[in-house]
Design a protein around this ligand. Structure first.
Ligand code: M6R
Length: 599
């Protein structure tokens, strides 16, 4: 989604802004721009497409020590140059970047800006025109900015320049993420610390409805009502090497390869005195709950489906798993003592956040499982469990999924053990076995590439089937394939195909089947016979000890509940190679954003 950067200090801002935007590219965008400000005024450069295009458009001779930048993921108005940010007020005095959606922009336009000719189709332009409208009525910039903010309904992270004051960036946030980074002789703003790690690792979190005056030598935070806020910076626990590709051609491949290490890191992070453990207050919250409600989107939702199996089988707690964007507006009847679990790699997903806000209003407790410490969903929940996966840059989630499944397994296992339930395996040891199994699969990636090239090179669609926990992974496999290779792909419960979907099977249609569950392996193989009889091209992925002669891949055996950690790996690699074969932009698939900060 949209990303924001800003710099005010002693050196030329252009390169810092452009590098910052490059670090935000992973979030997904379709146009980008920067505005730099010096005593002569504000200079705006914007382009459709990649940051490389923007670089080409920037006038190198303009020197300025303050500026703001933006990557835009279109919501209101098509991706073109006039809709790209920064946007300027009618006179050009004010310049603004915005991440979020202003729901009442049209009403505000009708009420205050009838006489202003709009230059774009965006909701954002209304904000900057309103600031000028109120400044023209005699308010100071600070007052005009606050007055404007008080009228906005929706989500925003904002950076505003006033060409009459080259020493200030006006900043505000509501629902959309934004950080201030602090330095000795400069200060910066960024949607994500990664963007400004190039100049500082000291960041201050901003909360909703805060207004910040950022100057080279000071940062002043206030609430909208004028109350001063004191908040110390934290040190971002990120290393530049974590966010570089190194020798890998794509982040996605690097992140797939990191998965054995991620599992080992999680085991170590959740081990105390040689035993897996989670915080006592989280255990207490789980024990008190009569039902868990898992809320998530996309890949995190698929991890939640696996989590349901874990909590029900290991901790004996009933679980409902809900798509975040559906739950908030169609809330089911809740149990008497619900506990909400939000699963989100980014911790910023707006669909999940709107549910969390409602859940908190209702007075229920919430646990967030996320990869990003200090993210909105983490800050606003009662408890957090971290994924320890390291930054995930590729839009397609891989290592975060595996981390989510591992953390869910640990949480359910620890809770089950603390209740004295009979769990007949040692999860810590079994996670080690799973990490080794993943490594074995990764080491044979060339074989998986051959399968992908052979069956997915030209197909227009593909199906993934499984039963039980394999069905959960089938859905994830299908999502991975469609999002990066643009092949129409669907995941189905094996037994459900014959109730309609089998009509789509044609000569050569690839059907991937997961057969990792003893009790259901024969059934899923039976389902494969049904599709093969109708011309499908079958790819059966099984486990050692359950394999049959014609299986396409036989994965190392792991504890049966932990199979999602390993069966997903060939599906991730198959998607990667299919996208590569089809010349798709693997890390930045079209129309998608990494951090989905609008509902
Ligand atoms: O950051 P989140 O885990 O909340 O994101 C949820 C989905 O947007 C995300 O999992 C998405 O489906 C992935 N790009 C899929 O690979």
């Amino acid at each position: 989604m949209c990303g924001i950067v800003g710099y005010i200090g002693q050196v030329d801002a252009k390169e810092i802004l452009l590098k910052g935007l490059e670090k935000l590219e992973y979030r997904g965008y379709d146009s980008a721009g920067i505005a730099v400000m010096n005593e002569a005024g504000v200079h705006v450069f914007k382009e459709v497409g990649r940051i490389a295009n923007l670089r080409g458009a920037v006038d190198e001779s303009v020197e300025a020590t303050a500026g703001i930048g933006h990557t835009r993921w279109a919501t209101h108005g098509v991706p073109n140059q006039s809709n790209a940010h920064p946007h300027q007020s009618a006179s050009g005095r004010f310049t603004l970047v915005h991440n979020g959606v202003i729901e009442n922009y049209h009403l505000l336009q009708q009420e205050y800006l009838q006489n202003v000719t709009m230059k774009s189709d965006t909701d954002t332009e209304v904000i900057v025109q309103l600031v000028e409208h109120f400044a023209n009525e005699g308010l100071s910039t600070d007052e005009a900015f606050r007055k404007t903010l008080s009228l906005l309904h929706g989500s925003y992270a904002l950076g505003l320049l006033d060409e009459q004051d080259a020493e200030t960036i006006y900043v505000a946030k509501n629902k959309s993420p934004l950080l201030v980074g602090v330095g000795d002789t400069f200060n910066v703003i960024a949607s994500d610390a990664m963007a400004m790690l190039q100049v500082t690792d000291q960041f201050v979190e901003l909360h909703d409805e805060e207004v910040v005056i950022v100057k080279a030598a000071s940062v002043s935070i206030e609430k909208l009502d004028g109350t001063k806020v004191e908040r110390a910076p934290y040190t971002a626990q990120l290393d530049m090497s974590d966010i570089e590709k190194g020798t890998y051609p794509h982040y996605m491949l690097k992140e797939i390869d990191e998965q054995p290490g991620v599992i080992r890191k999680i085991v170590s992070a959740y081990t105390v005195e040689d035993e897996l453990t989670i915080d006592a207050d989280i255990k207490a919250a789980l024990s008190e709950a009569d039902r868990l409600y898992i809320i998530a989107a996309g890949t995190s939702y698929h991890a939640g489906l696996v989590g349901k199996q874990y909590f029900e089988k290991m901790a004996k707690i009933p679980v409902e798993v809900h798509i975040a964007s559906e739950f908030g507006y169609n809330m089911p009847l809740l149990s008497e003592k619900p506990l909400f679990i939000f699963i989100s790699q980014s911790g910023e997903t707006a669909d999940s956040r709107q549910v969390l806000v409602k859940v908190k209003e209702l007075g229920y407790k919430a646990l967030t499982i996320t990869n990003v410490q200090g993210s909105t969903l983490s800050r606003e929940a009662d408890y957090t469990l971290l994924l320890h996966a390291g930054p995930e840059i590729a839009v397609a989630s891989t290592k975060a999924y595996v981390a989510q499944v591992a953390v869910l397994a640990i949480t359910a296992y620890v809770e089950g053990k603390s209740k004295g339930l009979d769990i007949d395996f040692d999860l810590k040891a079994e996670l080690g076995v799973a990490a080794n199994a993943i490594q074995t699969i990764i080491d044979k990636k060339e074989e998986i590439q051959q399968v992908a090239d052979a069956v997915l090179a030209t197909t227009r669609n593909a199906f993934f089937i499984g039963r039980g926990i394999d069905y959960c992974v089938s859905m994830e496999g299908a999502l991975k394939l469609k999002e990066i290779s643009y092949i129409q792909a669907e995941g189905f419960a094996g037994g459900e195909l014959k109730h309609g979907t089998i009509a789509l099977i044609e000569e050569g249609t690839p059907v991937f089947a997961l057969a990792s569950q003893k009790a259901m392996s024969l059934n899923v193989r039976g389902n494969m016979k049904e599709v093969v009889a109708r011309g499908a091209n079958p790819i059966i992925i099984s486990m050692e000890g359950m394999e049959e002669a014609d299986d396409s891949m036989v994965l190392p055996a792991v504890q049966e509940l932990l199979t999602p950690l390993v069966t997903v790996i060939p599906l991730q690699l198959i998607s990667y190679y299919a996208a590569l074969y089809r010349d798709c932009d693997v890390d930045k698939p079209r129309n998608l954003a990494k951090s989905v900060t609008v509902e």
